[in-house]
Design a binder for this molecule. Structure first.
Ligand code: G3P
Ligand code: CA
Length: 326
C-alpha cells in the first residue's frame, strides 16, 4: 500500500465505503433546492477493466496494476460460463481477448457481425475449466502470456480491503435465455463475501452498474439490494434517459447515472445532482482524449469543470485529483 493510500484511508473515515455511500447517495437536496454538500467532495477513480491501458483488460494483472495506481474502484464486467460461474470479461465471446480459436478451434457458433457470417466462441459455451486453459494476455502483449480470465470471486479476493468493486451486469437478458439469473448470481457471490450490504463493506464498497434498466430494477425491486446502482447510458439511451423525465425515472431505481462522456454537459450534471443522482461518465483513455491535448486535461475538465462525481478510465495513473490547467 502506498503512503498516499494509507493517508487516504486514514483521512476518510478509514474507508472508501463512506465516500461511496456519500457520493452515490448524494446528500444533495431534490427539487432544485440548494444542495447540502456531501462531507467529502473527493472524486472517485474507477479503473476501467483494470489499468487496461497498460495491461490486458480484465486480468488479475490489470486489476493489480489499478490498485498500485491508487484506483478507488476496480471495474469487472461480468459474463457467465456454461457451468454457471461469473467471470470477468467485457465481451460475450472469448475471441478478442483470448486464444480460444487456437485451443478450441471447432467449438464456435456462427453468428452475424455487421451482417457478415462470423465464427464466434461464446463464454456461455465453455466451462470454467476450459476457460482457465486460455491465454488472456498475449493478445495485448507477449509479456502477459499466460494471464487468465479471472472469476468474479478471484477479482474480489484480489481487490477486497484495498479498493471498491464496480461490477457490471453484461447482457443479463442474453444469459436469461440460457437459464441463468445473472442478478441473483452476482448478489449470491457478494453475499458469500459479506459485500452485499453497504454497512458491511466499509473497506470494499460495491456499486453495481448496468446498461439494462430491467436488470437494475430487478436488483432494487425484486431482489431488494441496498447497494448503490448506476444506470449506464449510451447513445441509444440518450433520448430515453437524458431528459428531465428520464432522470426522474432513473432515480426510482438507481442512485446514479453513467453516461457516455460525449452525451454530458453542465446542465445535465446539474439536473442529475438536483435529483440526488451521481454522475459517472465513461470512458477516458490516453489513446483518445477527444478535443483535449491529453486525457489528463480531458478528465480534469469533466471532474472539475462539469463537476462529475467519478469517472471510468483506462489510465488510473493519469487521474487528476486536482484541476489541471488546459
Ligand atoms: O461500464 C462503464 C463502461 O465500461 C461501459 O462501457 O462497453 O466498456 O463496458 P463498456
Ligand atoms: Ca463496463
Amino acid at each position: 500500500m502506498t503512503p498516499a493510500r494509507r493517508n487516504f484511508l486514514k483521512l476518510f473515515g478509514s474507508s472508501i465505503g463512506i465516500i461511496a455511500a456519500e457520493t452515490f447517495a448524494p446528500a444533495r437536496a431534490q427539487g432544485g433546492a440548494k444542495a447540502s454538500v456531501p462531507t467529502t467532495s473527493r472524486k472517485l477513480l474507477i479503473a476501467h477493466r483494470g489499468a487496461s491501458a497498460y495491461a490486458p483488460e480484465h486480468t488479475l494483472e490489470s486489476y493489480q496494476l489499478a490498485l498500485k495506481q491508487d484506483a478507488d474502484f476496480v471495474e469487472p464486467d461480468l459474463q457467465i460460463t456454461r457451468d454457471g460461474v461469473l467471470v470477468c470479461l467485457h465481451d460475450l465471446t472469448l475471441d478478442r481477448t483470448t486464444n480460444v480459436k487456437e485451443v478450441f478451434p471447432r467449438d464456435f457458433r456462427e453468428g452475424l457481425v455487421d451482417g457478415t457470417p462470423t465464427r464466434l466462441w461464446y463464454v456461455t459455451d465453455f466451462t470454467l475449466r476450459q476457460i482457465k486453459q486460455l491465454d488472456a494476455g498475449s493478445w495485448f502483449n507477449v509479456k502477459f502470456k499466460g494471464a487468465r480470465v479471472p472469476t468474479f470471486q478471484e477479482a474480489i479476493d484480489l481487490v477486497r480491503g484495498k479498493a471498491g468493486l464496480y461490477p457490471e451486469t453484461k447482457a443479463p437478458e442474453v444469459y436469461s435465455q440460457h437459464g441463468f439469473d445473472m442478478e441473483r448470481l452476482v448478489l449470491n457471490v457478494l453475499k458469500k463475501n459479506r459485500l452485499d450490504q453497504r454497512s458491511a463493506a466499509r473497506h470494499t464498497p460495491v456499486i453495481i452498474q448496468s446498461f439494462s434498466p430491467k436488470s437494475l430494477r430487478k436488483l432494487s425491486g425484486t431482489l431488494k439490494t441496498k447497494l448503490p446502482l448506476v444506470l449506464l447510458i449510451g447513445e441509444e439511451g440518450r433520448a430515453r434517459w437524458l431528459t428531465a423525465a428520464g432522470l426522474a425515472e432513473a432515480k426510482q431505481f438507481a442512485s446514479g447515472i453513467g453516461p457516455a462522456k460525449a452525451l454530458l454537459n453542465k446542465s445535465l450534471v446539474m439536473q442529475a445532482h438536483a435529483l440526488g443522482l451521481s454522475v459517472t461518465p465513461y470512458t477516458f483513455r490516453s489513446s483518445n482524449p477527444g478535443r483535449f491535448k491529453t486525457v489528463r486535461e480531458e478528465m480534469s475538465y469533466y471532474l472539475h469543470t462539469l463537476d462529475v462525481d467519478a469517472l471510468f478510465t483506462d489510465n488510473p495513473d493519469l487521474f487528476p485529483r486536482a484541476p489541471v490547467k488546459e
